[in-house]
Design a protein around this ligand. Sequence first.
Ligand code: SAM
Length: 219
Amino acid sequence: MTACCDPAEYDDVFTSKYARRLAKSLRSSGLDDTATKMADFATAQGLDGATVLEIGGGVGGLHMELLRRGASQATNIELSTAYEGEAARLLAESGLADRVSRRNADVVADPSVAPAADVVVLHRVVCCYPDFPALLGLAADRARRALVFSYPRPRLLTRTETVMENLGYAVRRRTFRTFVHSPDAMLAVLAEHGHTPLDGGQNLRWQYSGTVRTGAEGP
Ligand SMILES: C[S@@+](CC[C@H](N)C(=O)[O-])C[C@H]1O[C@@H](n2cnc3c(N)ncnc32)[C@H](O)[C@@H]1O
């Protein structure tokens, strides 16, 4: 499997308009339901003073919430550069700017950008990346204590939506694709990297799994 399609396309797919929509929704309604449950899972693992690594965190609502709940510091690694303006505004408004480090990179192509952290989070990210074993393997290796990630439920609704979305990308001659990866296969990758599932949940479209480290720490 390739590491990625054309990384430059992430800026075309996840645009500043998309970032504005996410920031507006965050200001008016807070975190979405799945992200809130992911934050609850992370909190239950003990957030006081914890460090957080978020991969593909967009405008940053989830790691900002973890900081409000007691985490000490967060790093966000994001492929698209289009979020940075909105993220900076949200950080300034929240007073959390000095506790967040943001970097633009494909974390699989350049793993050196991602520090180890007590808690690693990926919300709606594995579905935007073809090589989930590489992405989740790296995320698990970085997670000293716990990891929580969300993904589309593997059902007719999400599979149909994915096919339609990908048709749209193909028509526009983009190589970017979205994916409904197998939950069992994703959890198997995490198990290979020392993580055991502890909790999870789902709604109509999205599912999340929270795991804890039970094996040796990654490289
Ligand atoms: C659907 S958006 C979700 C953004 C945010 N987590 C949220 O839920 O609002 C998926 C994000 O994952 C990022 N992403 C996907 N693969 C990545 C990788 N290998 N490294 C860094 N970011 C990645 C994309 O750039 C995109 O912004």
